[in-house]
Design a protein around this ligand. Sequence first.
Ligand code: ADP
Length: 413
Amino acid sequence: MLLWVFLIIAVVVIMVGVVFFYRLKKKKVKSNDDKTLQEISQGNSSHKSQEKILLDAIADGVYIVDFERNLTLLNPAAERITGWKSSEVTGLKCWSILNLKNDKDVSVCQNDCPVVKCWQTGAYVTREDTCLLHHQNKNTVEISSSYTPLKDEAGHNIGAVCIFRDETERKEIQRQRDEFVSTASHELRTPITALEGYISIIENDKICKTDDRAKEYLEKAHNTALGMSTLVKNLLTVTRVQNSKMALNKTVFSLHDLVSETVESLQDLANNKKLYLKINEIENPAFTGERAIGRSLNVNADRDKIQEVLYNLIENSVKYTREGGVVMSISYDRDFATVCVSDTGLGIPGDAQEHIFEKFYRVDSTETRENGGTGLGLFITRAIIEMSGGKIWLESQVGKGTKFYFTIPLSMN
Ligand code: ADP
């Protein structure tokens, strides 16, 4: 969403730049590039140009730099966010004024300048992370930002335009919300575990006498407690992922053995729905010659976490499949093992596929509503795979089924 907003604003700002250049050329005002940028900056025409009105009206901060990274313009929103007046900083190096840092307090301007990057790539650059911008009053402001090169008619870079947004308040609200979820989840974990334990005791015939009706209700209560326990566990994992606190305990292990083990432990789940769950015979590739050196079919990852991924994907496949079943397969190339979990289930509509790994996202269908769930499983799954150095993606057709693929780096020994 944010990317789209930035893209739209970038297009408007670039159009402003282009129109301005065009007008300048027609009026034969100045051909010098630096002067051109100054013209944009100061709206230096006899009347307040439409372009200047547009820049002033944009709610996001906009600043323009020349090819030496000297600031040539801050629009009013940028002045508000940075605390600097455009006239005070025009001609000064952008890095000396804005002094962008990442959340580890490392200078973005010095090590990873996005303006330089957009010149090098010749394309629009968006900072996915939040940068800390130095405010004139010495505080910092959290911003999201995007950068676009400005080119002259010959296609040479003559400057860049940055569009940025103050994210401080939104991030603070997000932080408070995460803290609340984390605290609530921690507090809930103990009573839910106790509840689960007591229900198990009552369900045990050797300890308590219950009639069939009570048993039925107890089973429902037990399932509900289990669902709550999973939700709390997932919420805690999500908080850990968001705070980059999920630790991986990497070891070298056979992915084939792990898949077999997991498939075996989930057989009952599939059988209960009269679905098959099987592993396709794996063709071991013959690594020969140079490719064989230092290669094995073992992977290097956190075994428990990869098993969690397998559980999530297989349980989903079983959950969202009415007939047929689930087939697992593994293939290997030079650097990665690829696992495919293929089902003959409901399938995922095209427009839902791009959101499927988002937090709390669930496809809006009767089947999804009937099957309980939190919409957190795939978010956590993707986080684990990406942290392990792999990728995850899917292919799906409504009514035909879904294939989830993920890769894991092979061990080097
Ligand atoms: P949950 O299953 O708890 O709702 P997930 O994050 O695991 O959450 O999945 C998100 C959504 O993706 C599910 O609600 C479901 O709509 C859809 N989904 C996931 N896996 C499949 C699948 N194999 N087939 C069809 N839909 C799926």
